[in-house]
Design a protein around this ligand. Structure first.
Ligand code: CO
Ligand code: CO
Ligand code: CO
Length: 323
Protein backbone atom coordinates (compact mmCIF):
# COMPACT_ATOMS: atom_id res chain seq x y z
CA UNK A 1 0.00 0.00 0.00
CA UNK A 2 2.89 2.38 0.60
CA UNK A 3 3.49 2.45 -3.18
CA UNK A 4 -0.02 3.82 -3.73
CA UNK A 5 -0.63 7.55 -3.84
CA UNK A 6 -1.74 8.79 -0.39
CA UNK A 7 -5.49 8.83 0.11
CA UNK A 8 -5.18 11.97 2.23
CA UNK A 9 -6.52 15.17 0.69
CA UNK A 10 -10.21 14.32 0.91
CA UNK A 11 -11.33 16.26 4.00
CA UNK A 12 -13.99 13.63 4.76
CA UNK A 13 -11.46 10.80 5.01
CA UNK A 14 -10.89 10.63 8.78
CA UNK A 15 -8.78 7.42 8.84
CA UNK A 16 -7.09 6.18 5.67
CA UNK A 17 -4.59 3.39 5.01
CA UNK A 18 -1.50 5.38 6.02
CA UNK A 19 -1.84 4.81 9.78
CA UNK A 20 -2.06 0.97 9.91
CA UNK A 21 -5.36 1.27 11.77
CA UNK A 22 -8.00 -1.45 11.92
CA UNK A 23 -10.54 0.11 9.54
CA UNK A 24 -11.07 3.13 7.31
CA UNK A 25 -13.36 5.94 8.50
CA UNK A 26 -15.16 8.29 6.11
CA UNK A 27 -17.40 11.19 7.23
CA UNK A 28 -20.83 11.33 5.60
CA UNK A 29 -22.31 14.13 7.72
CA UNK A 30 -21.25 15.98 10.89
CA UNK A 31 -22.98 13.26 12.94
CA UNK A 32 -22.20 10.16 10.93
CA UNK A 33 -19.12 8.43 9.57
CA UNK A 34 -18.78 5.11 7.72
CA UNK A 35 -16.32 2.54 9.07
CA UNK A 36 -15.18 -0.06 6.53
CA UNK A 37 -13.06 -3.18 6.73
CA UNK A 38 -12.47 -6.51 4.98
CA UNK A 39 -10.79 -9.70 6.20
CA UNK A 40 -10.70 -13.30 4.95
CA UNK A 41 -8.43 -16.32 5.27
CA UNK A 42 -8.01 -20.07 4.85
CA UNK A 43 -9.52 -22.53 7.39
CA UNK A 44 -7.94 -22.58 10.86
CA UNK A 45 -10.10 -25.42 12.20
CA UNK A 46 -11.56 -28.51 10.49
CA UNK A 47 -15.22 -27.87 11.36
CA UNK A 48 -16.70 -25.70 8.55
CA UNK A 49 -19.42 -24.13 10.73
CA UNK A 50 -16.85 -23.12 13.36
CA UNK A 51 -14.54 -21.78 10.64
CA UNK A 52 -17.38 -19.58 9.39
CA UNK A 53 -18.03 -18.27 12.89
CA UNK A 54 -14.34 -17.54 13.50
CA UNK A 55 -13.78 -15.77 10.16
CA UNK A 56 -16.85 -13.59 10.73
CA UNK A 57 -15.92 -12.76 14.35
CA UNK A 58 -12.44 -11.82 13.11
CA UNK A 59 -13.77 -9.52 10.37
CA UNK A 60 -16.27 -7.84 12.71
CA UNK A 61 -13.50 -7.25 15.25
CA UNK A 62 -11.92 -4.41 13.26
CA UNK A 63 -15.23 -2.49 13.54
CA UNK A 64 -15.31 -3.07 17.32
CA UNK A 65 -11.65 -2.02 17.67
CA UNK A 66 -12.59 1.39 16.21
CA UNK A 67 -15.37 1.80 18.78
CA UNK A 68 -17.95 1.58 15.98
CA UNK A 69 -21.22 -0.28 15.49
CA UNK A 70 -21.39 -2.91 12.70
CA UNK A 71 -24.38 -2.41 10.38
CA UNK A 72 -24.00 -4.56 7.27
CA UNK A 73 -21.76 -7.40 6.11
CA UNK A 74 -20.98 -9.12 2.80
CA UNK A 75 -19.60 -12.63 2.39
CA UNK A 76 -16.36 -13.25 0.50
CA UNK A 77 -15.88 -16.93 -0.21
CA UNK A 78 -13.47 -18.99 -2.28
CA UNK A 79 -14.34 -22.68 -2.69
CA UNK A 80 -12.99 -25.65 -4.70
CA UNK A 81 -16.21 -26.38 -6.60
CA UNK A 82 -16.40 -30.03 -7.72
CA UNK A 83 -13.64 -31.13 -5.30
CA UNK A 84 -15.40 -30.45 -1.99
CA UNK A 85 -19.05 -31.09 -1.17
CA UNK A 86 -21.07 -27.89 -1.54
CA UNK A 87 -22.62 -28.72 1.84
CA UNK A 88 -19.28 -27.66 3.36
CA UNK A 89 -19.64 -24.22 1.78
CA UNK A 90 -23.19 -23.97 3.12
CA UNK A 91 -21.91 -24.73 6.64
CA UNK A 92 -19.17 -22.08 6.43
CA UNK A 93 -21.75 -19.50 5.34
CA UNK A 94 -24.18 -20.60 8.06
CA UNK A 95 -21.48 -20.10 10.74
CA UNK A 96 -20.68 -16.64 9.38
CA UNK A 97 -24.34 -15.64 9.17
CA UNK A 98 -24.90 -16.67 12.78
CA UNK A 99 -22.08 -14.36 13.98
CA UNK A 100 -23.32 -11.46 11.86
CA UNK A 101 -26.74 -11.88 13.48
CA UNK A 102 -25.21 -12.10 16.97
CA UNK A 103 -23.40 -8.81 16.21
CA UNK A 104 -26.77 -7.21 15.42
CA UNK A 105 -25.68 -6.57 11.82
CA UNK A 106 -27.38 -7.59 8.57
CA UNK A 107 -25.91 -9.77 5.84
CA UNK A 108 -26.62 -8.02 2.54
CA UNK A 109 -24.89 -10.18 -0.07
CA UNK A 110 -21.46 -11.26 -1.12
CA UNK A 111 -19.24 -12.73 -3.77
CA UNK A 112 -17.97 -16.26 -4.40
CA UNK A 113 -15.29 -17.71 -6.64
CA UNK A 114 -13.95 -21.12 -7.60
CA UNK A 115 -10.66 -21.42 -5.70
CA UNK A 116 -8.33 -24.42 -5.16
CA UNK A 117 -8.15 -23.57 -1.45
CA UNK A 118 -11.23 -22.58 0.60
CA UNK A 119 -11.22 -19.03 1.95
CA UNK A 120 -13.86 -17.11 3.83
CA UNK A 121 -14.42 -13.77 5.46
CA UNK A 122 -16.51 -10.64 5.43
CA UNK A 123 -16.45 -7.08 4.31
CA UNK A 124 -18.13 -5.15 7.12
CA UNK A 125 -19.55 -1.64 7.15
CA UNK A 126 -20.21 0.13 10.43
CA UNK A 127 -21.05 3.58 11.69
CA UNK A 128 -19.64 5.91 14.30
CA UNK A 129 -19.94 9.57 15.26
CA UNK A 130 -17.04 11.54 13.71
CA UNK A 131 -14.67 12.41 16.56
CA UNK A 132 -15.96 9.54 18.71
CA UNK A 133 -14.04 6.67 17.12
CA UNK A 134 -10.96 5.09 18.64
CA UNK A 135 -7.67 4.62 16.85
CA UNK A 136 -4.45 2.81 17.72
CA UNK A 137 -2.50 6.10 17.81
CA UNK A 138 -3.89 7.93 20.85
CA UNK A 139 -2.49 6.05 23.86
CA UNK A 140 -1.33 8.41 26.65
CA UNK A 141 1.54 8.02 29.15
CA UNK A 142 0.16 6.67 32.44
CA UNK A 143 -2.55 4.59 30.69
CA UNK A 144 -2.99 0.96 31.65
CA UNK A 145 -3.02 -1.71 28.92
CA UNK A 146 -5.81 -4.27 29.02
CA UNK A 147 -5.97 -7.37 26.82
CA UNK A 148 -9.35 -9.13 26.50
CA UNK A 149 -8.48 -12.57 25.02
CA UNK A 150 -5.59 -14.97 25.71
CA UNK A 151 -2.63 -15.65 23.38
CA UNK A 152 -1.62 -18.96 21.83
CA UNK A 153 -4.10 -19.24 18.96
CA UNK A 154 -1.42 -19.37 16.24
CA UNK A 155 0.54 -22.17 17.89
CA UNK A 156 -2.60 -24.15 18.70
CA UNK A 157 -4.06 -23.89 15.19
CA UNK A 158 -0.66 -25.00 13.84
CA UNK A 159 -0.83 -27.97 16.24
CA UNK A 160 -4.32 -28.75 14.89
CA UNK A 161 -2.89 -28.89 11.34
CA UNK A 162 -0.15 -31.23 12.59
CA UNK A 163 -2.77 -33.35 14.42
CA UNK A 164 -0.98 -32.66 17.70
CA UNK A 165 -3.86 -30.95 19.54
CA UNK A 166 -6.34 -32.69 21.86
CA UNK A 167 -10.12 -32.37 21.38
CA UNK A 168 -10.22 -30.35 24.59
CA UNK A 169 -7.72 -27.74 23.35
CA UNK A 170 -9.45 -27.59 19.95
CA UNK A 171 -12.79 -26.86 21.66
CA UNK A 172 -11.19 -24.19 23.87
CA UNK A 173 -9.39 -22.37 21.05
CA UNK A 174 -12.48 -22.56 18.82
CA UNK A 175 -14.63 -20.96 21.53
CA UNK A 176 -12.07 -18.19 22.07
CA UNK A 177 -11.69 -17.40 18.37
CA UNK A 178 -15.42 -17.39 17.68
CA UNK A 179 -16.20 -15.03 20.56
CA UNK A 180 -17.16 -11.58 19.29
CA UNK A 181 -15.30 -8.56 20.67
CA UNK A 182 -18.75 -6.93 21.00
CA UNK A 183 -19.11 -7.16 24.80
CA UNK A 184 -15.53 -5.98 25.35
CA UNK A 185 -16.08 -3.02 22.99
CA UNK A 186 -19.35 -2.04 24.71
CA UNK A 187 -17.62 -2.02 28.11
CA UNK A 188 -14.71 0.09 26.85
CA UNK A 189 -17.09 2.64 25.27
CA UNK A 190 -19.06 2.83 28.49
CA UNK A 191 -15.94 3.52 30.57
CA UNK A 192 -14.17 5.81 28.07
CA UNK A 193 -10.69 4.84 26.88
CA UNK A 194 -7.86 6.49 24.93
CA UNK A 195 -6.89 3.96 22.26
CA UNK A 196 -7.70 0.48 20.99
CA UNK A 197 -6.65 -2.11 18.44
CA UNK A 198 -7.28 -5.83 18.03
CA UNK A 199 -4.60 -8.50 18.18
CA UNK A 200 -4.28 -10.49 14.96
CA UNK A 201 -1.47 -11.48 12.57
CA UNK A 202 1.34 -9.35 13.99
CA UNK A 203 0.83 -10.80 17.47
CA UNK A 204 0.50 -8.97 20.77
CA UNK A 205 3.89 -7.26 20.52
CA UNK A 206 3.49 -6.38 16.83
CA UNK A 207 0.16 -4.63 17.36
CA UNK A 208 1.37 -3.05 20.63
CA UNK A 209 4.38 -1.75 18.73
CA UNK A 210 2.10 -0.12 16.12
CA UNK A 211 0.18 1.53 18.96
CA UNK A 212 3.39 2.74 20.64
CA UNK A 213 4.86 4.18 17.44
CA UNK A 214 1.54 5.66 16.30
CA UNK A 215 0.99 7.33 19.68
CA UNK A 216 4.62 8.43 20.19
CA UNK A 217 4.76 6.71 23.58
CA UNK A 218 6.63 3.83 25.18
CA UNK A 219 5.04 0.66 26.56
CA UNK A 220 5.91 -1.67 29.41
CA UNK A 221 4.46 -5.18 29.38
CA UNK A 222 4.71 -7.73 32.19
CA UNK A 223 4.90 -11.11 30.41
CA UNK A 224 3.69 -12.96 33.50
CA UNK A 225 0.41 -11.05 33.45
CA UNK A 226 -0.44 -11.81 29.83
CA UNK A 227 -3.23 -14.42 29.57
CA UNK A 228 -2.16 -17.51 27.57
CA UNK A 229 -4.31 -20.51 26.59
CA UNK A 230 -3.39 -23.68 28.55
CA UNK A 231 -1.19 -25.97 26.48
CA UNK A 232 0.41 -23.21 24.39
CA UNK A 233 3.77 -23.42 26.21
CA UNK A 234 4.11 -27.14 25.43
CA UNK A 235 3.61 -26.47 21.72
CA UNK A 236 6.17 -23.65 21.83
CA UNK A 237 8.64 -26.03 23.51
CA UNK A 238 7.96 -28.67 20.82
CA UNK A 239 8.63 -25.95 18.22
CA UNK A 240 5.06 -26.09 16.90
CA UNK A 241 5.22 -22.44 15.95
CA UNK A 242 3.76 -20.77 12.84
CA UNK A 243 6.15 -19.06 10.41
CA UNK A 244 4.31 -15.78 10.95
CA UNK A 245 5.06 -15.88 14.69
CA UNK A 246 8.79 -16.37 14.07
CA UNK A 247 8.92 -13.55 11.53
CA UNK A 248 6.99 -11.24 13.90
CA UNK A 249 9.66 -11.77 16.58
CA UNK A 250 12.53 -11.38 14.13
CA UNK A 251 11.10 -8.14 12.70
CA UNK A 252 10.55 -6.55 16.14
CA UNK A 253 14.10 -7.47 17.22
CA UNK A 254 15.72 -6.36 13.94
CA UNK A 255 13.96 -2.98 14.19
CA UNK A 256 14.77 -2.77 17.93
CA UNK A 257 11.12 -2.08 18.71
CA UNK A 258 11.12 -4.51 21.66
CA UNK A 259 13.53 -4.75 24.59
CA UNK A 260 13.21 -8.11 26.37
CA UNK A 261 14.42 -8.71 29.93
CA UNK A 262 17.22 -11.33 29.85
CA UNK A 263 15.19 -13.77 31.98
CA UNK A 264 12.55 -14.27 29.27
CA UNK A 265 12.92 -17.57 27.45
CA UNK A 266 12.78 -17.99 23.66
CA UNK A 267 9.34 -19.68 24.10
CA UNK A 268 7.94 -16.79 26.12
CA UNK A 269 9.15 -14.30 23.52
CA UNK A 270 7.56 -16.32 20.71
CA UNK A 271 4.22 -16.59 22.54
CA UNK A 272 4.09 -12.79 22.91
CA UNK A 273 4.56 -12.52 19.12
CA UNK A 274 2.18 -15.36 18.21
CA UNK A 275 0.28 -14.63 14.98
CA UNK A 276 -3.35 -14.73 16.01
CA UNK A 277 -6.71 -15.20 14.32
CA UNK A 278 -9.64 -13.35 15.89
CA UNK A 279 -7.70 -12.14 18.94
CA UNK A 280 -8.85 -9.82 21.67
CA UNK A 281 -8.86 -6.07 22.00
CA UNK A 282 -5.80 -4.26 23.34
CA UNK A 283 -7.18 -1.24 25.18
CA UNK A 284 -5.23 1.76 26.48
CA UNK A 285 -7.30 3.16 29.36
CA UNK A 286 -6.56 6.04 31.76
CA UNK A 287 -5.20 4.62 35.04
CA UNK A 288 -8.14 5.81 37.16
CA UNK A 289 -10.64 3.94 34.92
CA UNK A 290 -8.70 0.68 34.53
CA UNK A 291 -10.23 -0.97 37.62
CA UNK A 292 -13.77 -0.10 36.54
CA UNK A 293 -13.16 -1.43 33.01
CA UNK A 294 -11.78 -4.76 34.29
CA UNK A 295 -14.72 -5.07 36.67
CA UNK A 296 -17.22 -4.51 33.84
CA UNK A 297 -15.40 -6.94 31.51
CA UNK A 298 -15.27 -9.72 34.11
CA UNK A 299 -18.88 -9.23 35.25
CA UNK A 300 -20.05 -9.53 31.64
CA UNK A 301 -18.17 -12.73 30.94
CA UNK A 302 -14.97 -11.44 29.30
CA UNK A 303 -13.17 -13.76 31.69
CA UNK A 304 -9.65 -13.59 30.27
CA UNK A 305 -9.44 -9.77 30.39
CA UNK A 306 -6.22 -8.78 32.18
CA UNK A 307 -4.15 -5.71 32.85
CA UNK A 308 -0.84 -6.53 31.17
CA UNK A 309 1.17 -3.32 31.34
CA UNK A 310 1.28 0.42 31.01
CA UNK A 311 2.06 3.32 28.71
CA UNK A 312 5.19 5.35 29.45
CA UNK A 313 6.69 8.63 28.32
CA UNK A 314 10.17 7.10 28.22
CA UNK A 315 11.55 4.99 25.34
CA UNK A 316 8.92 6.30 22.84
CA UNK A 317 8.08 3.82 20.08
CA UNK A 318 9.53 0.91 22.04
CA UNK A 319 8.15 -1.85 24.27
CA UNK A 320 10.02 -3.00 27.37
CA UNK A 321 8.99 -6.56 28.29
CA UNK A 322 9.63 -7.62 31.89
CA UNK A 323 8.97 -11.07 33.42
CO1 CO B 1 -7.38 -5.26 13.34
CO1 CO C 1 -8.12 -6.68 9.80
CO1 CO D 1 -20.13 -10.10 -7.43
Amino acid sequence: MRHLPASAGDPNLLVGFETSDDAGVYRLTDDLALVQTVDYFTPVVDDPFAFGQIAAANALSDIYAMGALPLTAMNIIGFPVGRLDLGVMAEILRGGAEKVKEAGAVLVGGHSLDDPEPKYGLSVTGVVKPGKFLTNSSAKPGDRLILTKPLGVGMITTAIKQEAATEEIIAEVTAIMSTLNKTAAEAMLEVGVNACTDITGFGLLGHTSEMARGSGVGMRIAAGRVPVIDGTREFAEKRIVPGGTRSNLKYLLDERYVLFADELSREERLILCDAITSGGLLISVPEERAGRLLELLHSRGVKFASEIGEVTSDHPGKIAVTP
